[in-house]
Structures are given as structure tokens and as C-alpha cells.
Design a protein around this ligand. Sequence first.
Ligand code: GDP
Ligand code: MN
Length: 368
Amino acid sequence: MNLLEANGKALLAAHGIAIPRGALWPQMPPGDGALVVKAQIPAGGRGKAGGIRFAAGPEEAGHAARSLLGTTIAGHRVDAVYVEEKLAIDHEHYLAVTIDRDRRCPVMIASPSGGMDIEAVDRDRILRLPIDPLLGFRAFHGTRIARFLDGGALAPTFAETAEALYRLAMAQDAELVEVNPLVVAGDAVIAADAKIVLDDNARFRQTGHAQADGASGASALEARIAEAGAVGVEIDADGDVVAVVSGAGLMMATLDLLRSAGLKVRAVVDLGGTVLAGGEGLRRVLAAVAPLKPRITFINAFLQTALCDVFADSLAAAHAGTALAGKVVVRLKGRRAEAGQARLEPLGFTVHEDLRPAIGALTLAQEA
Ligand code: GDP
Ligand code: MN
């Protein structure tokens, strides 16, 4: 579960980390000073995507908030806007805790070059400090981080902030707690942003998140597809292709393949168990996808257990119920693939057993 910034910051504050004074629009933080107006979406990179606005005072902030509400940023609709006092930033650091799957332990990541271009920072400007979960966070971890961030007189504050971040991550079963930027303003160290991802598998022992329940991070489309029993991920709001794929591994491979072929992907759907659920399962998935009116639908079915002709019949029945608009390309491979192909071609679908010609057909359709 991806927390929205405002909810993430509330957790930071609860763990003793300083945050700017802020409020959810139409509320405002106290004072008449300059403000930052921030779209609350479960995604980062808002600064570059136009989701962060600066305002000289409350009136301007109100205009900015109204103009952000209801827009779509990075594929997410803006349903809430957070308004904060604007910090006079002297420096932007980066500080995070995440789980290092290779090392099988939490790792703290710190950089003195925080801010919007963190992805481009040189490796030697990034500290990765593994924390033995049995020992936990120790004073020397704090010292290492503070020194790496060139803390100077603020070194104790950096060390305390790092320890608080670690404690928060462990207490909340977080997969990621990221503060970027961690701002130095005068003699204060303040979390100007918060990106927190909680482990959904630990929800059963994390009860206090009623306020965050609405912020699962799933878009309306993703929620519809989940209701249909499949797994959907929106990729690019301007994409042309919706890929419906038989299995999670193949879904990832398909996404890579489509991208490397230069195809613009709107969304990917893993049919999961609905492959075997007969016509009704597929009908529900197509009904969830159809409102997108995809220009191109790519159905990539490489079936291990299910029979291709049975799958094709289900697909034909689902299409009869909810017709897919636009071009439909099917890759159908597995037992009785030829019989399946014979059932789908009369519907006007382009059907191939091999991927290469299927991708070729998609490329042609995108160029058309
Ligand atoms: P993100 O792009 O989604 O990570 O959003 P952030 O909350 O990190 O904001 C992006 C950038 O806006 C930051 O890296 C800062 O450079 C700038 N910014 C955010 N809050 C403030 C602020 O209070 N004062 C100033 N001067 N800049 C800010
Ligand atoms: Mn940020």
C-alpha cells in the first residue's frame, strides 16, 4: 500500500521527525507566508510532472489547489491537494529505509545530493548501509550517515532522523520509507516529502490505517480489474495498447517486449486464475477493460494447462457480450492452438502462434 504524502508525513511526525506545517485543502496552514501546493497522488516525480506548485500566499495557493484538483498527473487523478508552508531550503539530502532482498535485511540509503534528480546521482554520492535486523539501529549507523551527509553541527539531528526513520519502517512493516528531499533550512532538518510503502502482507497486524485505506494506490481501472478476479496495472495514460496476458511472469515479459518494440502501453492485465474460469471469468475482465476503448488490444495467451480452443471459445463468448473496440491481436500458443485460431479469426481478430508476427501486427496497428 502506497501512502499519500500527507499520511506519510503524519507518520514521520508521530516518530519525531520534523515536517513543514501543512493542511489538506481547503484547509490551510496558519500564516500569510509563501506556500507549496502539492497534488496527493500515490506516485513520485510530481515536481517534474507539474504536481507541485509554489504560491506567494493563501489566495494564490487556493487558485493552484483548485487548478490541480481533478486533473490527472502521472496517470493518477488528483483527489486531494496538500498545502504546506514553503521552506527556505539551504540544502536537499536524500534519506530512505528499504528492504534489500539480496542481503535479506533492511538497508538505509543516504545521499547529500537529494532532490528531483536523485536518479542521476553518482554511485559514490550514495551510501547504502545494511542494518542487521537482530542488532537493529545502533549509534554507529547514525554516525556513519551523519558523516556521509556532511552533517557538521547538524550531525546529531541527522543521526536522530535516521534512527527515527528506521524505527518507523520496522514499526509499520514498511517496504520503503523515503524522504526526498530531507531539507536543511537554517539549523533545522525537515522532511519536505514522504514516500511510504507498507507491506500488504502485514496488514493483519497493522490496524491503525483506516485513514489511509482510501489510498491503496489502485486506480479505478485497476480496482475494476481486481473485482473481475484478475490483476491490472496502468502504465501510460496516453498508451495505445492494452495487453491481456495469461500469467504474471508472461505479463512482465510481454510489457518488456512491447516497450522494446516501441509500442505505447496503456495497461497490462494478468488473467491469473480467470484463464481457467471459463467464459464468465473472461467476460468480466473484458468488461472491466472495455470502457478504456483501447485502440489496440493484445491478448497474449501461452497456455500450459488450459486448452487453446476452449480458451478461444470463452474469448469469443466474452467478446460477444462486451465487444472490444479497436484492433484485436491474439497470440495463442499451447495445446489445440490451431483449433483456437480457427474460432477467433472469423471475429476479425489477427491471430498468431508466435510472438514475432504478433508484435509485427501490433506495430502496424499502432502506426495506422
Ligand atoms: P516529488 O517530485 O513528487 O518527489 O515532490 P517533492 O515533494 O519532493 O517536491 C519536489 C521538489 O519541489 C523538491 O525537490 C524541492 O526542490 C521543491 N520543494 C518542495 N517543497 C519545497 C519547499 O517547501 N520549498 C522550496 N523552496 N522548494 C520545495
Ligand atoms: Mn520527493
